[in-house]
Ligand binder design. Structure first.
Ligand code: TXA
Ligand code: MG
Length: 332
């Protein structure tokens, strides 16, 4: 029998924030809201606290964590920034951008999976930043989902899948962006590399840096393989129900499918309505679609369908990030 969710959900009152900051200082783990997805936070400088994250998520220790800071002045303590990193930090922080930089020795090996680099982000969510300030330390936080499952975008999602493994979740409302941060590797500032597409596009990064940003789509990787380049696990963010991707969901596809299959469009399809037809944003706005994607996949995954069909987003910007998550969710 699965254990019942027992985690308590806290509203972001000053009193609750002080309490949760003390929990973090004492080495506990806490579910936290961010503007991208909900995270599972621990004191980044306390290896035993960070170990609890891996245990709760069932995450292999080969997969390093992102360290969250509340102000730019905290960057130097954990990483070795270069001019390119400072330029991006000044332009995009606080926000959904993670920088990979050489790490300082104070960052424990469990956080970086033994790599000499560290992933750093300054989140925009007001309550999470306040919690970092109150705890007085950088907070390591991966997405708050069981390893490999769809990332959570509400406090309820966190409770539904990790509620029996953690004590507390801070509720900051539904995540505004809905997809994990963009990750850029700046260890060599002359050759910036995109490791994971997100709300901050490759084009915007290239414009800020004044040079192109390379991106190789993920192809390989078993969960046990060391994450030299991060976010490269092919199967990730996955529903348990099988998911098939299409350039377009057409009437012909729907007609030849069985009754127990569901169809997820980006925009509301003109004139087509049925119980098993869904869409991410009525008008096809891609920011809206990104915000809804994970919640919609979760809802469809637990609705008892035999198979899910989804269509790719067209265009650039958020489409790159949406399609990356769809590809990983559908990878076998
Ligand atoms: O939006 C986000 O980034 C969310 C919120 C909670 O901030 N966090 C998140 O963390 O998505 P996570 O653990 O689910 O994904 C972090 C990715 C992992 O795939 C990991 O491999 C990569 O970042 N990563 C972390 N440190 C790295 C490093 N030193 N070098 C390369 N990749 C790294
Ligand atoms: Mg994750």
């Amino acid at each position: 029998m699965p254990r019942k969710p027992t985690a308590r959900i806290f509203r972001g009152t000053p009193r609750n924030l002080s309490y949760l900051a003390r929990c973090l200082q004492d080495g506990d783990i806490v579910g936290v809201p961010t503007e991208t997805v909900y995270g599972l936070a621990a004191d980044a400088l306390n290896p035993r606290a960070c170990q609890k994250i891996f245990t709760a998520k069932g995450r292999p220790t080969t997969d390093p964590l992102i360290v969250h800071i509340a102000s730019l002045s905290e960057l130097d303590a954990i990483a070795v920034p270069n001019a390119a990193a400072l330029r991006l930090a000044k332009k995009f922080w606080p926000g959904p951008l993670t920088l990979i930089l050489p790490k300082k020795p104070v960052v424990p090996a469990i956080v970086s999976a033994g790599l000499p680099s560290v992933a750093v982000r300054m989140p925009a969510h007001r309550l999470f930043r306040r919690l970092i300030q109150l705890s007085g330390r950088p907070l390591a936080a991966p997405s708050a989902n069981p390893f490999g499952y769809i990332s959570p975008t509400t406090a309820e999602h966190v409770r539904a899948s990790l509620g029996s493994k953690i004590n507390s979740i801070l509720d900051g409302g539904p995540a505004d962006i809905g997809l994990e941060s963009t990750i850029i590797d700046l260890r060599n500032p002359a050759r910036p590399r995109l490791l994971r597409p997100g709300a901050i596009s490759r084009k915007a990064l290239a414009a800020a840096l004044g040079r192109p940003v390379a991106w190789r789509r993920p192809k390989t990787a078993a969960p046990t393989q060391a994450q030299v380049a991060p976010g490269l696990l092919t199967r990730h963010y996955s529903p348990r129900t099988s998911l098939v991707l299409h350039a377009h969901i057409t009437p012909a596809l729907i007609a030849k499918s069985g009754p127990n299959e569901a169809f997820l469009h980006i925009a509301k399809p003109a004139g087509r309505t049925a119980k098993n037809i869904f869409w991410l944003d009525a008008r096809g706005n891609l920011h809206g679609a990104a915000r809804r994607l994970f919640a919609q996949l979760r809802a469809l995954d637990t609705a008892g369908y035999r198979r899910l069909h989804a269509e790719y987003a067209c265009g650039q910007g958020p489409a790159e990030a949406i399609n990356d998550r769809l590809r990983r969710a559908a990878a076998v």
